[in-house]
Design a protein around this ligand. Structure first.
Ligand code: PMP
Ligand code: GLN
Length: 383
């Protein structure tokens, strides 16, 4: 393995999922749902295969999906993307993220990450030969807030891009409009590009709203917004994602993407287009059911004696294990499947300051009620 990729040899998700399988534990580590997406979407995919849509789709993605993505963003955010030049279909959000960094950041330029960060950001920055600078979130009551002064201090003459992720994995934090406005002002003041990972855009709870940073003044022209079908329609295995933004930026993402996968997921593209157009009600019900599941997990973690942080959106809650006499999340997560038959993931692996995040553990609640209830019962036994 080349030196710049050596720190990324194995992902925490692979490690914890393997442990969960070994101990037949309930896997609240890797975030994936255990139920299917809307029936009409699954039927559309089956039909697409039967109809012979099994060869390479067009490079930028099938027009029907690009139009559906553009219409969806117009309806929900008032953003008017040209489906032909400003929407690119990718192999999941993961490819959109890598391709955006590879296509837009020169080797040696700096990329700002907010920590803890989704693991693929740091690896993608390394792939590009760029340099990451990370700014930790700070505590704010039960939740987390962006350290705006820290971000400002981290900007240098070499900073090219800031990667933003709200709703935030792994903490579940939904950044406030005020925080996003402050980030937007910083990006404009220093002429930064923003890569906005919005894969959990629909999964916000308790009446919160997701603000797409591209809607803020001065931001459309400098933002690549990324999302995917995975978390919106319960199809993490389909790997259908997209990047949206001004034509010039999307062209750079497309240039990189065409040599990564060229294209992907042919028959799934019309199915996701169908779901975006016809299944918004299904998505709202998904969100409401996830909010209830969040509450079930929250109560169990509190009953176990853990201090729970955040929980405004996504699939995840973070808990501090100090209250039960533990202090090392990595060790705790390595033992948990054998100990009580539940798997989680340590938050410190998503950071460059592991000591600071050592006692935090992430649990996913995107599971069927009976599975989550059983996990909750097992977690309570920790207390
Ligand atoms: N970004 C975040 C924040 C994620 O949690 C994930 C995992 N779903 C991804 C990107 C990757 O998305 P996809 O599965 O569509 O590649
Ligand atoms: N996005 C999911 C998570 O954060 C799964 C990621 C993965 O398996 N690469 O758990």
């Amino acid at each position: 393995t080349v030196s710049r990729l050596r720190p990324f040899a194995s992902t925490i998700f692979a490690e914890m999922t393997a442990l969960a399988v070994e101990h037949d534990a309930i896997n609240l580590g890797q975030g994936f749902p255990d139920t299917d997406g809307p029936v009409s979407m699954l039927d559309t995919a089956r039909q697409a295969i039967a109809d012979g849509l099994n060869q390479y789709p067009p490079g930028p993605g099938m027009p029907v999906l690009r139009h559906a993505v553009a219409a969806d963003r117009l309806a929900r955010y008032g953003l008017d993307h040209d489906p032909d030049s400003e929407v690119l279909v990718t192999v999941g959000a993961t490819e959109a993220i890598s391709a955006a960094i590879l296509g837009l950041v020169e080797p040696g330029e700096e990329v700002l990450l907010i920590e803890p960060y989704y693991d693929s950001y740091a690896a993608s920055v390394a792939l590009a030969g760029a340099v990451r600078r990370t700014v930790p979130l700070v505590r704010s009551g039960e939740s987390f807030a962006v350290d705006l002064d820290g971000l400002r201090d981290a900007v240098t003459s070499k900073t090219r891009m800031l990667v933003l992720n709200t709703p935030h994995n792994p903490t579940g934090t939904v950044f406030t409009r005020e925080e996003l406005e402050a980030i937007a002002r910083l990006a404009c003041a220093h002429d930064l590009l923003v890569l906005s990972d919005e894969v959990y855009e629909h999964l916000v709870f308790d009446g919160r709203t997701h603000t797409a940073i591209a809607t803020l003044p001065g931001m459309y022209e400098r933002t690549v917004s990324v999302s995917s079908a995975a978390k919106t329609f319960n199809v993490t295995g389909w790997k259908i994602g997209w990047a949206c933004g001004p034509a010039e930026l999307i062209d750079a993402v497309r240039t990189a993407k065409q040599y990564m996968s060229f294209v992907g997921g042919g028959p799934f593209q019309p199915a996701v287009a169908h779901a975006l157009t016809h299944e918004q009600q299904w998505v709202r019900r998904l969100r409401d059911s996830l909010q209830t599941k969040r509450d079930v997990l929250y109560d169990a973690l509190v009953a176990a004696g853990l201090e729970v942080r955040s929980g405004g959106g996504t699939y995840y809650l973070c808990a501090d294990i100090t209250g039960i006499g533990e202090h090392d999340g990595i060790e705790f997560c390595r033992n948990l499947p054998a100990r009580i038959g539940v798997a989680g993931v340590p938050v410190s692996v998503f950071t460059d300051h592991p000591t600071k995040w050592k006692p935090l553990v992430r649990f996913a609640f995107c599971k069927q009620d009976q599975v989550l209830d059983e996990a909750a019962r097992r977690l309570r036994a920790l207390g």
